[in-house]
Structure formats: C-alpha cells, structure tokens
Design a protein around this ligand. Structure first.
Ligand code: F6P
Length: 340
C-alpha cells in the first residue's frame, strides 16, 4: 500500500514528528510505502510529490516547521475530487494522511464523503479543535509565550512600566489562559470574554498599588465590550478570514492615558509557531503519527486521531468540525481570581 502525507494550513511545532512516526511505523512494521505531497493540498492538486522514506525522516522530530511545506490551498478550488483521484491514481497512491486544522479537516471530510481514502491528524497551536483534548504545538506555543512574558516582566520591573503581551488565539484563549497563568499575569484577556476598559484599568492600578509592574496577557482575538469584531488591520487571508494582530498596540496607549503608567505592547506573533517542539509535543505528535498508520490499516476513512485523557482514539471528522473548543467560563473565572 502506498500512502501520501500532507501538512496543510498554518504550521506548528511537531508536524515533522508526526511524519517521522508514520513513516517509521509504516515501513518498519507494515511494509507500507510513503510519498510526501509538497505544500499541503496544493501538492495534491498540482501533483507535486517528494520521496518520503526513512532517509528523509531521520532525526526530524526535533525540527520545527514541516519538511513537506504547507499552504492554505483549498483542494476544491484546484479541481476537487476528480483531480485528487487522478493524481493519486497516476502516482499509485492508495490513501492520504492529512495533517491539519479545521480547514484541512473540512476539506478532507468532503473528499472522503466522495470516496477518497483519507485519515486525519489534528494540528493547531490554538488548541481549539473540539474532538481532542490537546493538539501538538500548543504546549510549545505556551512555553514560548511564558518565556517571553518572564522576559517582559524583568524589563517592566526595571522601568516600572505596564507591559502588554499579545499572544495568538483567533477564536479561543487557551494560549493566553495557560501562558498568562504560568507567567502570573495581572490580567488575561481572551476572545471568549468581552471586558471593559474600566475593568482592565482596575486590574492594572491594583497591581501597581502593590508596587508591581503590571503585566497584561491578551489574545489576538480579544474584544473590548465596545468592539463588534476582533481588531484587524492586515487584510484577509487566503480563506477570506481577517488577519488578526495588533490589539495589544490598541490597548497600551489607552491604559497609559487612563492610568498614567508608561505602557508598552509586544506582539509575539509567529514566534509562537516556530522553532523546536517541546518534549510533550514531540511525544503527542509521535503517538498521533503511529495511530494514523493504524487508522489506515483498519480502514478508518473519514476519521482523525485524537487525545482523550491519555488515550489515543479515532473520531469522525465531523466531531472536530463546526464547534470550537472554547475556554469554559469556569476556567476563566478560576484564573481571574488572581487578577489585579
Ligand atoms: O490558527 C493558528 C493561527 O496561529 C492563529 O492563531 C492565527 O490567527 C493564524 O494562525 C495566523 O495565520 P497565518 O500564518 O496565516 O498568519
């Protein structure tokens, strides 16, 4: 059996560990063969393939990014099912392992519904896919954001400034919640909870009153209670979604004007998606890669691997689609007890 692997959508640390684990398990234990599609679905519709055997995956689980490349290409804009089936047939490919987030899995579901054999592996640093407890990349992003805030704290302390750290999180605040808690932020602002400027100012002033340099952790998708949409000033992405980023820069001058405390904002951006995956993410990604091969052998088409507690399970694509795993109110309220 020959399997094509692709990585699609925004990259995240751990993609290479999935690829390595799938190739090692498949070739060592089950006599499977692999090829890589370059740059996500674009490689599928363009027939752009690369060799993918043990030599190509040697030592890559610690490497960030993806050796296959990624893109946000939608396969239905490049020929859809007939083209995908044609490329698979021309290259003797029996099934596909698609590693991606919601957009990738939605495309995978449509293709599977029309007879293409696909199994999925979930990925996103945002950790917003509802069918799995964790996605790899999240732990690494949280660690990077925490390290960054620890650094912002020392310079904030030196100057007695308020520091605003903006982290990723388009629709959900998991990165902000976890990194903000780990760094001991004086306020954490997430997309799920609109908050007033008065409340933010109260937290900042209360931290300052104790002699602290206030630290605010804000997710890119956060909205003040006066806003109708998340702040966006960078146009649209390939799927027509607004590119987020910049809410920290909006909040900082407002905080400074209202409190009189000199305030600086830092947007961490894609730094959170780059570099070496954490040990946790390498292990999770490796387990996903191995489980995806088992899915193939068992013919679980239209399913993706997922983590439930400590167990790897196989769930239908639709369980991961249409409903985001948001931060529960109770988790936010628990963290908010320590704000200010
Ligand atoms: O979905 C993951 C994510 O990192 C979001 O948090 C962010 O809004 C988006 O990707 C940025 O994507 P791009 O790589 O297209 O700038």
């Amino acid at each position: 059996m020959s399997i094509g692997i692709l990585t699609s959508g925004g990259d995240c640390p751990g993609l290479n560990a999935v690829i390595r684990a799938a190739v090692l398990t498949g070739t060592k234990l089950h006599d499977l063969e692999f090829v890589g599609f370059r740059n996500g679905w674009r490689g599928v519709v363009e027939g752009d393939l690369m060799e993918l055997g043990r030599p190509q995956v040697m030592g890559i689980s610690k490497q960030g990014g993806t050796i296959l490349g990624s893109s946000r290409t939608n396969p239905f804009e490049g020929g859809g099912v007939p083209r995908v089936a044609e490329v698979m047939e021309e290259n003797g490919i029996d099934a596909i392992i698609a590693i991606g987030g919601e957009g990738t899995l939605a495309a995978a579901k449509r293709l599977t519904d029309e007879g293409i054999k696909i199994v999925g592996v979930p990925k996103t640093i945002d950790n917003d896919l509802s069918a799995t407890d964790y996605t790899f990349g999240f732990d690494t992003a949280v660690q990077i954001a925490t390290d960054a805030m620890d650094r912002l704290r020392t310079t904030g302390d030196s100057h007695g400034r308020c520091m605003v750290a903006e982290v990723m999180g388009r629709h959900v605040g998991w990165i902000a919640l976890h990194s903000g808690m780990a760094a001991g932020a004086h306020a954490i602002l997430i997309p799920e909870r609109k908050t007033s400027m008065d409340q933010i100012v109260e937290w900042v002033e209360s931290a300052r009153a104790r002699g602290r340099a206030p630290l605010i952790c804000v997710a890119e998708g956060f909205q003040l209670d006066t806003m109708d949409d998340a702040h966006s000033e960078r146009g649209l992405d390939a799927f027509g979604r607004p590119r987020l980023g910049g809410i920290g820069d909006q909040l900082a001058p407002e905080i400074e004007a209202r409190t009189g405390i000199e305030t600086r904002a830092t947007t961490l951006g894609h730094i959170q998606r780059g570099g070496t995956p954490s040990a946790y993410d390498r292990v999770l990604a490796t387990r996903y890669g191995m489980a995806a091969v088992n899915s193939i052998l068992e013919g679980h088409w239209g399913r993706m691997v997922a983590l439930r507690g400590t167990q790897i399970v196989h769930v239908p694509f639709e369980d991961a689609l249409g409903r985001l795993k948001t931060v529960p109110e109770a988790r936010y309220d628990e963290a908010a007890v320590l704000f200010g």
